[in-house]
Design a protein around this ligand. Structure first.
Ligand code: ZN
Length: 139
């Protein structure tokens, strides 16, 4: 059973981020890097902001990250998430991936216990049809 109910709108991969979703389908937390200069970029984009190259490579991040920021959601922005309230939305950073911050959820946590700088471990949320979403639990 996924973290959010089945009627939660699903991600719709497009040309620019299909590599991102392909890695997720294999439960690999990867971020895009320039195939020429190595500059990291997230979310995925078709061109490097540093050297304008269109070459792309994907680098796998560690499965443990650090909370950069978070919020506790008490009001549903979509009817599909009403049963999950309150839940934690967070920005997670990873060692070796400067400037990359993943928008995600922290689960299995008392929202009052959340702290910036908290260490969190990756888990894969199976949302069906071969799609997995990276979410985190306190380390
Ligand atoms: Zn580049």
């Amino acid at each position: 059973m996924s973290f959010f109910p089945a009627d939660m709108p699903r991600p719709e991969p497009n040309y620019d981020d299909e590599g991102f979703w392909k890695n997720y389908a294999e439960k690999r937390l990867c971020f895009q890097a320039c195939g020429d200069c190595g500059a990291l970029r997230h979310p995925p984009t078709p061109i490097c902001h540093a050297c304008h190259s269109v070459e792309v490579t994907w680098l796998e991040a560690p499965s443990t990250g650090t909370i950069y920021s978070y919020n506790v959601v008490h009001h549903a922005g979509h009817t599909a998430v009403e049963s999950a309230l309150p839940y934690v939305g967070a920005l997670v950073e990873f060692e070796g991936f400067p400037g990359v911050r993943l928008v995600t959820n922290v689960t299995d946590v008392d929202p009052a216990a959340m702290q910036i700088g908290m260490r969190v471990n990756l888990w894969w949320d199976d949302i069906g049809e071969g799609m997995f979403i990276p979410r985190f639990k306190p380390a």
